[in-house]
Design a binder for this molecule. Structure first.
Ligand code: FES
Length: 154
């Protein structure tokens, strides 16, 4: 169920585009920002709002790895696992996060504070291994550095 406030945000965003369908990705981003994740019902509602065929909306929503289909923590940690980051220890960092947070990849912690998942290259290869926490980026990571970084997120 999408609130009227969220629908209104999507309408205002769509009004800035020459064709409403061009606002599909921004609309899905708004949906995720507001609700935490996507669902079949909410993506279908957005498709109807933008006059986009539902299969096209589901195709876009499932193609981009930054869209989530399950509830996440308040702070989502994305660890890059592409070549540079993998060569410099991304798997070790993912293992560390799993042990530290006590949850498997993609699942929120019991307190709802964090969830983590791997992601494709975030364009910070010169600082590999790298991760995002929400929209904040961090480079040259080690397990100890991750522990320090996560302390600032409540
Ligand atoms: S490979 Fe990790 S940021 Fe590019």
């Amino acid at each position: 169920m999408i609130s009227e406030a969220v629908i209104e945000r999507i309408r205002k965003t769509a009004d800035r585009y020459p064709e409403r369908r061009a606002a599909l990705i921004p609309a899905l981003t708004i949906l995720q920002d507001e609700l935490g994740h996507l669902s079949l019902d909410t993506v279908r509602s957005v498709a109807e709002e933008l006059n986009v065929p539902a299969p096209e909306a589901f195709g876009a929503a499932s193609f981009y790895s930054l869209f989530r289909w399950k509830p996440s923590g308040r702070h989502v940690i994305h660890v890059c696992h592409n070549l540079s980051c993998s060569l410099l220890g991304a798997e070790t960092l993912l293992d560390h996060l799993g042990k530290k947070l006590g949850v498997p990849e993609g699942q929120a912690t019991a307190d709802g504070r964090f969830s983590f998942e791997r992601i494709e290259c975030i364009g910070r290869c010169d600082g590999a291994p790298s991760m995002l926490v929400g929209k904040d980026s961090y480079d040259n990571l080690t397990p100890g550095k991750i522990d320090e970084i996560l302390q600032q997120y409540t």
